[in-house]
Design a protein around this ligand. Structure first.
Ligand code: ZN
Length: 541
């Protein structure tokens, strides 16, 4: 029984010299690679995927030209004992996996695979004997096709020197290397040091007259006021002394004449650098920082947008902070939306660079303008069409869109018929609507044919159902550039629904994906207060 071009014994010795001992996994892997090789056409160039990082990659490296070093072997930890070999260009190949269904007669291999016996109780001799006698039998083999583009090695681009570790790294990774950004596993002595202290000079108050304070000194009169009593970089006067004494200050940090230490960044310098990195279109700030902090304000009316993932990354850097309002909140011009600062008076330079590395990938905040949509309303319902029930939907939706300066250009009532709905939608588009709000007919009732009618009209990208209460039966779609939103009948009863959460996003031109909706679920449960205070309410945030 051969494995590749080796006899079983030769392969066993190879494993012992490469892997240090005859590991059962590498021996099983030998048969698996052999099966995969037999399933490939002769003479092709192939790549390999191992679905586990344990043992199997070594069998692949011993028996094929594919190694992790040359990039032809990829290890994807899917946690399965399986491998694939496939044509480098076409992606056609063979997957081989240990077949649990065939292990009933192989108790030792089964116990090894499912780890039902501790390693110390494992009978290695009998396990190895069973692996050998099982030969090529306990595996399943089937053809696969791998999307080769996904695994092409990306070119590294330009290489630069990391300012923190002074080692070479791809500049595409940002202003510092990935290792220094926190991805390296090494603990440094610095991490253990309790607190690093910048070289600061503190003077007793009476000696500080004429010197410049290193930071704003805040005076708080409880319940009355909070503000700087002494400003950063301003000479301290005799008059300041009295105030500082009443604030309980005995000593004060003053600016030294020699230039600032290169390993430390002053809080004001840090706050301004952070602010410049954070602001995107529609968000601004006025310098200089107040008490070390920079606040941001909306520069126009619109929808506040936050890169939540990178905000979190920024706040994970020690010694810095940024707090903001919830993303997707409509804001008006001039309203404050966020603030940032360094926590210590002097921030260690490496923490500063880490924070800046997070900000190098684009702004954290934007205020997206809301367009004044031309709204078409399509009410579906035979009972309304026949005049049995008075429509209440058009005035409700009309009031909500007019709140955002949108104009209702046409409203139609059609019966619950696919063709009428199709025609109604196309009529609205023809009359210039760029946002169609449709109603009812979205439940599981057999008479509800709104969705079919919309599809007949040619809508695409339809998402039906949303984790919002009220509003679970919400529908989103588009017809070319025209946005379509289907609002369930609950909008007739509840003051605030999914429509109120989604309308501003639509007006901001955002595509609302299934993932966006899924994220909304956390917080989109209305508690139906007697008097609704939305949007001053946590619904949907
Ligand atoms: Zn580095």
């Amino acid at each position: 029984m051969d494995i590749g071009s080796y006899s079983y014994e030769e392969y066993l010795r190879l494993v012992e010299s490469f892997h240090n001992y005859a590991a059962p996994g590498v021996l099983l892997g030998g048969f698996m690679v052999d099966l995969a090789l037999k399933g490939l056409p002769r003479g092709i160039l192939f790549d390999a995927i191992s679905e586990t990082p344990k043992c199997l990659p070594d069998a692949i490296q011993l028996l094929t030209p594919c190694t992790t070093g040359n990039g032809w072997l990829k290890v994807l930890n899917l946690g399965r004992y399986a491998l694939s070999l496939y044509d480098k260009y076409t992606g056609q190949g063979v997957r081989v996996a240990l077949d649990a269904a065939r292990l009933d007669a192989r108790p030792h291999i089964r116990a090894w695979l499912f780890k039902t016996r501790p390693k110390s109780e494992q009978d290695s001799q009998r396990l190895l004997a069973e692996i050998r006698s099982a030969g090529h039998d306990p595996y399943k083999v089937h053809p696969v096709r791998i999307p080769v583009d996904r695994f092409q090695t990306k070119r590294k681009g330009k290489i630069g020197l990391c300012p923190l570790c002074e080692e070479a790294y791809p500049l595409a990774d940002g202003p510092i290397c990935r290792g220094c950004r926190g991805e390296a596993p090494y603990e440094t002595s610095e991490d253990f040091r309790e607190e690093r202290r910048p070289p600061l000079k503190a003077l007793p108050l009476e000696q500080a007259v004429g010197k410049k304070s290193l930071h704003d000194l805040t005076m708080i009169i409880p319940g009355k006021s909070k503000g700087p009593a002494v400003f950063h970089d301003q000479p301290i006067t005799v008059g300041d002394l009295c105030r500082l004494q009443t604030m309980g200050r005995r000593r004060i940090y003053v600016r030294e004449e020699n230039p600032p230490h290169p390993d430390w960044v002053h809080e004001n310098e840090a706050a301004v650098a952070f602010a410049e990195g954070m602001v995107g279109e529609g968000v601004g700030f006025h310098g200089p920082p107040q008490e070390g902090k920079v606040n941001f304000a909306a520069q126009r009316n619109g929808l506040f947008w936050v890169d939540e993932r990178r905000l979190e990354q920024f706040n994970l850097v020690p010694g810095v902070m940024c707090a903001c309002r919830k993303g997707y909140t409509p804001v008006s011009e001039g309203r404050q939306v966020a603030g940032t600062r360094a926590i210590p008076l002097f921030l260690p330079k490496d923490h500063f660079l880490k924070a800046m590395a997070v900000l190098s990938q684009g702004p954290l905040f934007r205020v997206l303008p809301l367009r004044k949509a031309r709204v078409g309303i399509l009410v579906t319902g035979s009972e309304v069409f026949d005049g049995l029930v008075e429509d209440r939907f058009i005035p409700i939706i009309g009031a909500k869109v007019r709140h955002y300066d949108c104009e209702v250009i046409q409203a139609q009532v059609v019966p619950d018929e696919r063709e009428a709905i199709r025609k109604g939608v196309l009529d609205l588009v023809r009359s210039g609507a760029d946002l169609i709000v449709t109603t009812a007919g979205l439940s599981v009732d057999p008479d509800d044919v709104t969705r079919q009618g919309l599809l007949d009209a040619g809508v695409t990208d339809m998402t039906y159902g949303a984790p919002i209460l009220p509003g679970a039966m919400t529908l989103l779609a588009r017809l070319g550039p025209v946005q379509v939103i289907g609002v369930p009948a609950c909008a007739l009863y509840f003051k605030t629904t999914s429509f109120d959460l989604l309308l501003p996003r639509l007006l901001a031109g955002l595509t609302i994906t299934r993932e966006d909706l899924a994220r909304l679920g956390h917080g989109a449960f209305c508690i139906e207060c007697k008097s609704c205070t939305f949007p001053k309410c946590p619904f949907g945030t």
